[in-house]
Design a protein around this ligand. Structure first.
Ligand code: ADP
Length: 874
């Protein structure tokens, strides 16, 4: 036994001596009875220590405790041995002095520490020589160790052991009561926590608010970390991470983003979601971390969180599994117990039902928002008539509906080889320009769309790049983080797609997908409508164009029956569309069969050469039509022009050249012959005179022809000197001019009553007209006869009539003889020469003097040309 005074360094209190002197049996009661009144463990122990030191005259007193379920002791209270506390000594049960006391469950005495091995170095450092330790038993378990030490070697007497054991029993009892109290308080706290949680959960129907509110409540009160993971389809999606320190929250998110829970994992969250059973890991060892980690980096991240204890509880409503709630202790060094797990389960149940409500609420809200959006889309689509307008609605509404930052709509080109960009929002102009039309092969989304009609949902830039490595650079440079591509279908066949780009990595949940698919499907129908509309508009346009085109256009089906006949065709042929459509083309255009070999028909418009006109009989009349055709699936479209008049002109020109050269050659030949005769022959005077007369006559004829030619080509520029002249005097002049030269057998007479009749005219030109008519009458009376010129006033007019008894003119030719260069064929005109210009010039001049000219004739009986001109006034 060690003398009291020697080792009692701190015993100075007045009552200490009295207690020290109490008998051995009383001692335990004395030191513990008051202390037991203290229910809180901390203050109780401190007070107790002083009393123990006094009772056992010891130098140090140490109480070590073990937390329930733990395999080590920690210093809970010391007297004169502060090192134990400050160095945070933890003694494994079974090791060292205290560990031995705990593991054997019996008192242990070490009389000479110097000779004992396997004791804590701290004990030696403190200078202790002898130790006595007793276990603290509670309900048959060792919950701690109480030991006293002496700085001098000392033999502890059996009473000392008994006394310390007695004190130990009471301490254990006190611990038991304190723990019960603590448990009660904790139970109370748990109830209070649950009540608060319930209150909070009942307050909000907002999903986010529910999740984060519980997090705020639980951290740090029941745990250091709080996470919620939801089951979406067959994926586990982390939706909440809470920690008191925002930096830690970031670190937590980083961890779950990089290593999201794997749905098939055999342990952890996946296991809880699969089995519906909670999971308590009271102490997280490094081995557990190592086995849960996927790679070294993952392990490092897990370690950095400092997790110590963990609870996972299912979030389920009835049979429906929503996900998993995770509570982790770290810096608080809390070790979760079964009681904590029950609390967590209860919290999980309440959170699950609140989340279920919030989800229903959100679903209902989303359904409403979706209905509203679809309504808005429908309203916008109602006014979209073209495919472009539909596509515009689709990108605008689609981008807004799902929070995308850019979007585009591409439609398959007609030949199905390309994608045409028809609408885009959110892209720079040069990007739009670059992708206006892209080859189908390798285009983003195209393969899925065309081969499978499938949508593509890529939730991060990495996924996009992995799927479309070819577009990696372009995609990366645009800075988008997610992509959705949804097909547009008409009658179940893909016609294009809408692609949306997102500024953030995006989770495409059922509702986002559903919404986008619904918008796309509405737009698909609108697209079909727009296609029909555009086709109709195109046809209507085409019809308008064809109605206003100058060329005749008609379509013939493969059976040769007319299926279209445009207004120009009606006009040019005189056959109405109603009469033409449905009839074989051969019946409408006579000679079609023979002509068609000369008509060029091509497969594409714009390549036919300007072919020659072909003769076709239209409404009984021969016409020269220039026709070309382009084949299409419904037949052949022909366009034609009527070149009959051009062709007539061409023929006239050719005929004129023949006539003119012939007419010029005849007088020239005569003059040349006469000149040669005069030169080489000895002629008498009379013969010479005859020759010269002929030269003069033929020269006059030549001059007339040349004058006629000049006049005819320049008639419109001839100025008329309009005035008044005496018609009778003019007629007399003509007769006296021509009278002397009429051939034999022809007599020229004038019929006028002698009184002057004033006619409004250019007298020069009128004389020319009358001379021409008289000349013709003489010329075309090769067998002789009377040529009669008659002048008379008739109403407001002066009428000149030139009548002959010559060869006459067939009825069908009477109109045409007034055309430029027109002459009856030599057979009908008995080879009489002429230029074919006289009557043309005459008609033009008469018309310009406000008169008219016509002819009556009977072949073989003679002709009567009548010129009517206005009477001159005054
Ligand atoms: P031409 O120089 O050939 O006479 P015109 O213009 O004067 O030219 O006449 C045109 C044609 O009309 C003549 O070629 C002729 O065939 C016919 N013709 C004109 N006058 C008469 C007539 N008095 N009797 C019969 N045929 C006529």
């Amino acid at each position: 036994m060690v003398g009291e005074g020697e080792t009692n360094k701190s015993g100075g209190a007045a009552g200490a001596g009295a207690r020290a002197r109490a008998t051995g049996r009383d001692r335990p009661r004395v030191v513990t009875e008051e202390s037991l009144a203290e229910l809180a463990l901390g203050p109780l122990l401190d007070d107790l220590l002083v009393r123990i030191r006094e009772a056992l005259a010891a130098d140090t007193v140490v109480i070590l405790l073990a937390e329930p379920g733990e395999q080590e002791l920690y210093a809970a209270a010391v007297l004169d041995f502060e090192e134990e506390i400050s160095e945070r000594v933890r003694v494994p049960i079974g090791k060292g002095f205290a560990g031995k006391v705990a593991s054997t469950g019996r008192p242990v005495v070490i009389e000479d520490l110097d000779r004992a091995d396997a004791v804590n170095q701290l004990l030696r450092k403190r200078g202790l020589k002898s130790l006595l330790g007793v276990p603290l038993h509670l309900d048959g378990d060792v919950v701690g160790v109480l030991h006293v030490g002496s700085l001098v070697t000392r033999t502890f007497a059996p009473e000392d052991i008994e006394v310390l054991e007695g004190i130990g029993e009471r301490i254990a009892l006190a611990i038991g009561r304190a723990r019960a109290h603590q448990a009660e308080r904790r139970a109370h706290e748990r109830l209070a926590f649950l009540a608060e949680a319930s209150h909070l959960l009942s307050r909000s129907l907002d999903f986010e608010e529910t999740l984060t509110g519980v997090g705020r409540l639980a951290v740090p009160r029941v745990a250091d970390w709080y996470t919620v993971t939801l089951l979406e389809g067959d994926r586990l999606v982390p939706v909440a991470v809470s920690h008191a320190d925002p930096d830690e929250v970031r670190a937590g998110w980083e961890l779950v983003r990089r290593y999201p829970p794997e749905p098939d994992a055999p342990h952890g969250i996946a296991q809880v979601v699969r089995t519906g059973e909670p999971l308590l890991t009271a102490v997280i060892t490094d081995e557990i971390l190592a086995s849960a980690s996927r790679d070294d980096e993952h392990l490092a991240l897990l370690r950095s969180l400092g997790a110590r204890s963990r609870m996972l509880v299912p979030l389920a409503v009835g049979e429906r599994m929503l996900g998993c709630l995770e509570l982790v202790s770290a810096t608080s060094r809390r070790t979760f117990t079964e009681d904590d797990l029950r609390l967590a389960e209860e919290l999980g149940r309440r959170l699950a039902s609140a989340l279920e409500n919030a989800l229903l609420h959100r679903a209902e809200h989303e359904a409403r928002a979706r209905a509203e959006l679809l309504q808005a889309v429908t309203a916008h689509l109602a006014s979209a008539r073209t495919q472009r307008e539909v596509a515009d609605v689709l990108v605008q509404e689609g981008v807004a509906a799902v929070g995308a930052s850019a979007g585009w709509v591409a439609l398959l080109s007609r030949d199905l080889r390309e994608l045409d960009l028809v609408a885009a929002v959110g892209y720079p102009a040069e990007v739009i320009e670059r992708y206006r039309s892209i080859p189908l092969e390798g285009a983003i989304g195209a393969q899925e769309i065309l081969e499978h009609g499938r949508s593509t949902w890529l939730e991060s830039a990495e996924e996009v790049i992995a799927r479309y490595p070819r577009h990696a650079d372009a995609y990366a440079s645009m800075g988008y983080e997610a992509l959705a591509v949804v097909p547009l279908e008409v009658d179940g066949a893909p016609v294009g797609f809408v692609a949306l780009n997102f500024p953030e990595p995006t989770t495409f949940g059922e509702s986002e997908r559903g919404l986008l698919l619904a918008v796309a499907s509405q737009c698909s129908q609108a697209l079909e409508r727009a296609r029909l509309y555009e086709a109709l508009a195109e046809r209507a346009n085409a019809a308008v164009v064809l109605a206003h085109v100058d060329d005749g256009v008609f379509q013939v089906d493969p059976g040769g029956v007319v299926s279209y006949w445009n207004p120009a065709a009606e006009h040019l042929t005189g056959i109405s569309a109603a009469a033409a459509v449905g009839r074989p083309i051969g019946e409408l255009l006579g000679g079609w069969e023979e002509a068609s070999s000369a008509i060029e028909v091509t497969a594409r418009p714009g390549v036919a050469s300007a072919g020659d006109a072909v003769p076709l009989v239209v409404s009984g009349e021969e016409r020269w039509l220039s026709v070309s055709g382009v084949r299409n699936p419904e037949g052949t479209v022909y366009a034609f022009r009527d070149l009959t008049s051009e062709r007539g002109l061409e023929r006239t020109r050719r005929e004129f050249l023949a006539t003119a050269s012939h007419e010029l050659r005849t007088p020239l030949g005569a003059v040349y012959g006469a000149a040669l005769t005069l030169l080489h022959r000895d002629l008498d005077d009379e013969q010479r005179q005859g020759m010269l007369d002929m030269v003069v006559r033929e020269c006059e004829r030549l001059t007339r022809i040349v004058e006629d030619l000049l006049l005819a080509s320049n008639l419109e520029h001839v100025d008329l000197a309009l005035g008044a002249a005496d018609a009778v005097a003019l007629a007399e002049e003509v007769v006296s001019l021509r009278g002397p030269t009429v051939p034999e057998g022809v007599s020229l007479t004038l019929a006028a009553n002698g009184r002057p009749i004033l006619v409004a005219c250019d007298p020069e030109r009128l004389r020319q007209v009358l001379l021409n008519l008289v000349d013709n009458a003489i010329k075309y009376s090769p067998d002789g006869g009377v040529v009669r010129l008659e002048v008379a006033a008739d109403g407001g007019h002066v009428r000149f009539a030139v009548e002959d008894e010559g060869i006459g003119i067939p009825a069908g030719e009477q109109r045409r003889i007034f055309e430029k260069f027109y002459r009856l064929d030599p057979h009908l005109s008995r080879g009489v020469g002429g230029s074919g210009l006289g009557l043309y010039i005459s008609r033009e001049l008469v018309q310009r003097m406000d008169g008219r000219i016509n002819v009556e004739s009977e072949p073989g009986r003679g002709s009567r040309f009548v010129v009517e001109l206005p009477l001159a006034r005054g």
